[in-house]
Design a protein around this ligand. Structure first.
Ligand code: HEC
Length: 190
């Protein structure tokens, strides 16, 4: 019968395709780390590139461009906070990942650092809007701005102060947030 022959022909045609697809998915399962690990690492790399672009403008090695500055800030902002935390939901330690198991036990601190990152990145994004033409003195850190810890250093509450501090200060505190999170929640070697 004509119908049967064509069904058989079709089946013969499909067989190698199915086998091929199965071979591909088997290969993928073996070599690629789980997708959210890849996503985390891509996101982190994108943030590192964005931070480098902003840094170059503060250093003066790249001319200031408000749109590039804002776009870079937005890359970091959009991958911080809840979006960042969500990528570390569920089992945190996986093949190919450098995420530390302490994320699961110190979830609150991890989420706080992720949120702080977003607050500083937003402050940078707003600074770009307010300074369309030049990276002027208003974006620069003032001599009185306290960097980092020390028992006498005025504690900076990210939520309260990020929007009113100079952009350069917010940038430094943002980088400290990257470093703090890595020190606590990323393992050095596998
Ligand atoms: C809330 C915690 C947290 C913050 C904030 C954070 N990171 Fe990460 N980062 C991690 C963790 C955890 C890993 C390991 C991820 C993995 O391997 O699964 C990582 C990995 C990385 C990597 C390596 C990616 C790779 O290819 O393996 C880079 C680069 C990086 N982060 C840059 C940054 C930069 C730049 C910032 C700030 C703008 C930042 N991170 C902020 C937790 C954080």
């Amino acid at each position: 019968m004509r119908v049967n022959t064509s069904v058989t022909k079709l089946a013969v045609l499909m067989l190698p395709i199915a086998a091929f697809a199965a071979a591909i998915s088997a290969a993928t399962a073996q070599t690629e780390p789980p997708s959210n690990v890849t996503q985390r690492q891509h996101g982190m790399k994108a943030m590192a590139d964005a931070a480098k672009r902003i840094n170059a403008m503060f250093k003066g090695s790249t001319p200031y461009d408000a749109r590039t500055f804002k776009a870079a800030s937005e890359i970091i902002r959009s991958q911080s906070g809840a979006a960042l935390s969500a990528l570390f939901d569920g089992p945190v330690t996986m093949a190919g990942s450098k995420a530390s198991a302490s994320i699961e036990t110190d979830r609150q601190q991890f989420d706080k650092l992720a949120a702080d990152l977003g607050i500083y990145a937003s402050a940078l994004s707003v600074a770009a809007d307010r300074n369309p033409d030049t990276l002027g003195p208003g974006m620069r850190m003032q001599t009185g701005d306290v960097m980092g810890g020390g028992p006498l250093a005025k504690k900076v509450g990210a939520t309260r102060d990020a929007a009113s501090m100079p952009a350069e200060h917010a940038f430094h505190l943002m980088l400290q947030t990257c470093t703090s999170c890595h020190a606590k929640f990323r393992i050095e070697t596998k």
